[in-house]
Design a protein around this ligand. Structure first.
Ligand code: HEC
Length: 127
């Protein structure tokens, strides 16, 4: 009860701001995990396009082929993914495809990073 009271006071001090102002603080636990597993590039709270490109070509590439033309996993070039919209693709990256080798990336990357990767894949020049 006391907690509830404090919350109300805190929220009302925000004026016109939405109460959830610190959305960015949420992935910090995930980022901690990511640092252990992936490179230190994920330690930053901001997006690092070079690190994300490296992730796509090395980590995704380990299954999808270094040039993303397919391997264990299917071709990920933009022309083969064009039937996806960015939101659906982001969901596939975050949650994987159940009962297949496609793993969920949610423990390793933030939603913003997954969205960046989805757009990167969709916008790549045909090779
Ligand atoms: C351990 C191997 C593996 C890794 C690593 C992996 N994938 Fe996959 N991925 C697969 C497999 C296998 C499939 C096909 C699943 C199926 O049968 O539908 C797949 C499917 C997909 C699809 C759906 C493709 C389509 O045409 O419907 C997308 C998109 C995708 N992966 C993106 C990624 C991205 C982005 C990464 C890196 C962040 C990644 N994958 C890493 C194995 C992997």
């Amino acid at each position: 009860m006391a907690k509830l009271g404090r919350r109300t006071v805190a929220a009302s001090s925000g004026g016109t701001q939405r109460p959830i102002v610190r959305r960015h603080s949420v992935p910090s636990v995930l980022l901690t995990t990511a640092v252990l597993v992936a490179t230190s590039a994920f330690a930053a709270d901001t997006l690092d396009p070079n690190a994300l490109k490296r992730l796509v070509h090395q980590d995704c590439g380990s299954c999808h082929g270094l040039s993303l033309k397919g391997g264990l996993g299917p071709d990920l070039r933009s022309e083969t993914l064009e039937h996806y919209d960015a939101d659906v693709l982001t969901g596939v990256i975050l949650d994987g495809i159940p009962d297949t080798a496609m793993p969920p990336w949610r423990p390793l990357i933030s939603e913003e990073e997954a969205e960046w990767i989805a757009r990167y894949l969709l916008e790549q020049e045909a090779q």
